[in-house]
Design a protein around this ligand. Structure first.
Ligand SMILES: Cc1cc2nc3c(=O)[nH]c(=O)nc-3n(C[C@H](O)[C@H](O)[C@H](O)COP(=O)(O)OP(=O)(O)OC[C@H]3O[C@@H](n4cnc5c(N)ncnc54)[C@H](O)[C@@H]3O)c2cc1C
Length: 475
């Protein structure tokens, strides 16, 4: 046993300093990307039960010159919250910080600790007729702290924005163990630089989020979903401004699926078409009025041939079934043998041209490779995943990953987009950021990191590749 482990156990107790079997779930990433010699291995997993304990653990790690990897629900997809293979990093799990501190119906805010599971928070708010408008397929496991650390997006960004847009304040433990608290829930507050926005989306490299205040909205009275099939991606994009005009603020979801993505799904509500859309409308009108509005938008578009077909869910259960289909795409891809993944964003007016161009480039470079495209079209965010040619396994295709990524990300850059839309940078895309990021922007990020975490103790090597030497933080 490493001596540091004994020191940590003596200070915090064995129950809060896990290793061996107990540490395994915290060491594995969701997609199982880090395997073999690269498999994550932590020196220990620290599990504080209070903010005081988080501070004490951060100070202990500093005394022992150890790196800390903050972790929430461990659903991140870019190797940001799991330890590297060195066996020298400490994971600091925020999961036991899971108290809802307050739901305030007058201010329409929720104050909750970082380890609260998103779905638990949604349910607690719904019980008070309030909506926490953040929703993603991992909501049964991801945590509020992780959502804010990654500035999570999901399926309702079109209407409500990212996690950042919903957050009014944070409580953060800094790299030197101090507590910064800004949980007043004020909607107007201009006392100097906005530190909240600095920590949101910083993926644990600047501080540990321990609690947050989130904006809430009234629970919608009606929610309707429709599955539409379309002849082209261009046609789907043409529908977006029309939907906005017809449905106004009620338009809360606009998800797209290419044909390959639809074919992965067991029970399609309509036969697979070149493209399909899952549209959601959430409204404060009653269901009959909302349905009338939705149908008033759909009927002329169908008559004019702008869409091939449309199905509107008639019950809440049917709507859930449509969304369950959409959310089952990632699992279905895995069962179909897996693919190489890209989480990208494009300007909406160029997205169709980008997809055509990128698919053509892929066919030239990797004949037979099969793009599976789906995502949050209303936000310009595509999951652009590429499966191996028929007859080739993912393991056989994997050696092409670097070349394929270069091709896809070059094409994204050519069309004015981003190689990282909502999943973040972590370790997976840190080299990409170093190579493709704006030089001045990268320099500013480095200076901010240096100012807040000069010993490079928090999540070294994540986001900013320069600190990628694991926990040799004080060197
Ligand atoms: C099936 C599935 C669907 C998904 N869909 C979406 C989607 O639609 N939109 C989307 O944006 N993401 C999506 N994700 C990615 C992931 O769920 C989100 O990034 C989520 O916000 C991560 O939360 P978490 O608690 O699991 O964080 P973790 O995975 O534990 O950590 C993620 C990052 O945040 C840091 N971190 C975690 N907690 C804290 C904290 N309290 N303080 C400081 N840093 C911290 C970690 O170090 C790490 O860098 C999906 C993932 C899965 C598996």
């Amino acid at each position: 046993m490493r001596p540091e482990l004994g020191i940590l156990r003596a200070e915090f107790g064995a129950d809060q300093v896990l290793d061996g079997e107990a540490a395994l779930p915290f060491e594995r990433d969701w997609r199982g990307r880090a395997t073999g010699a690269q498999a994550g291995r932590a020196m220990a997993v620290l599990c504080p039960r209070s903010v005081d304990e988080v501070q004490a653990m951060v100070r202990a790690a500093a005394r022992l010159h150890l790196a800390l990897v903050p972790q929430g629900g461990n659903t991140g997809l870019v190797l940001g919250g799991t330890p590297d293979a060195s066996g020298a990093e400490l994971v600091l799990s925020l999961k036991r910080l899971n108290r809802i501190r307050r739901i305030d119906p007058i201010n329409a805010t929720l104050t909750a600790e970082a380890g609260c599971v998103l779905q638990t928070l949604q349910q607690a708010c719904a019980a008070q007729q309030l909506l926490l408008p953040l929703s993603l397929a991992a909501e049964g496991q991801c945590t509020l702290g992780g959502n804010l650390a990654t500035n999570a997006g999901g399926t309702q960004v079109l209407r409500w924005g990212n996690a950042r847009d919903l957050c009014l304040g944070l409580e953060v433990v800094t790299a030197d163990g101090l507590l910064w608290s800004d949980l007043d829930g004020l909607r107007k507050d201009h006392r100097g630089l906005n530190l909240r926005d600095l920590f949101i989306g910083s993926e644990g490299v600047l501080g540990l989020i321990t609690a947050a205040v989130m904006k809430l909205a009234p629970l919608p009275r009606s929610r309707l979903s429709a599955w539409l099939t379309l002849p082209s991606l261009e046609a789907a994009l043409q529908l977006l401004p029309q939907a906005r005009a017809a449905l106004g603020d009620g338009l809360s979801g606009f998800e797209v699926m290419g044909q390959a993505a639809q074919l992965l799904l067991p029970e399609l509500p309509l036969p697979a078409a070149p493209w399909a859309l899952l549209v959601e409308v959430s409204s404060h009108r009653d269901e009959a009025q909302t349905r009338a509005e939705l149908e008033a938008w759909l009927a002329p578009a169908l008559d004019a041939g702008r869409m091939l077909d449309a199905v509107v869910a008639h019950t809440e259960a049917q709507a859930h079934a449509l969304w369950a289909l959409r959310e089952s795409i990632p699992g279905a891809q895995t069962r179909a043998g897996g693919n190489l993944k890209h989480d990208i964003a494009l300007p909406l007016d160029r997205i169709a041209a980008f997809v055509a161009d990128c698919e053509a480039r892929i066919q030239r470079a990797f004949p037979g490779a099969r793009p599976t495209v789906f995502g949050h079209l209303g936000d310009g965010n595509l999951h652009f995943n590429v499966a191996p040619p028929v007859g080739q396994s993912l393991a056989e295709f994997q050696p092409h990953e670097a070349a394929l990524n270069r091709l896809v990300f070059d094409c994204v850059a050519d069309w004015g987009g981003s190689f990282s839309a909502e999943h973040g940078i972590g370790r997976l895309r840190a080299a990409e950021l170093a190579a493709r990021g704006d030089a001045v922007g990268l320099d500013l990020m480095g200076r901010i990191k240096q100012a807040l975490d000069p010993a490079n103790r928090l999540n070294p090597g994540r986001v900013l590749a320069s600190g990628s030497d694991g926990n040799r933080a004080d060197a």
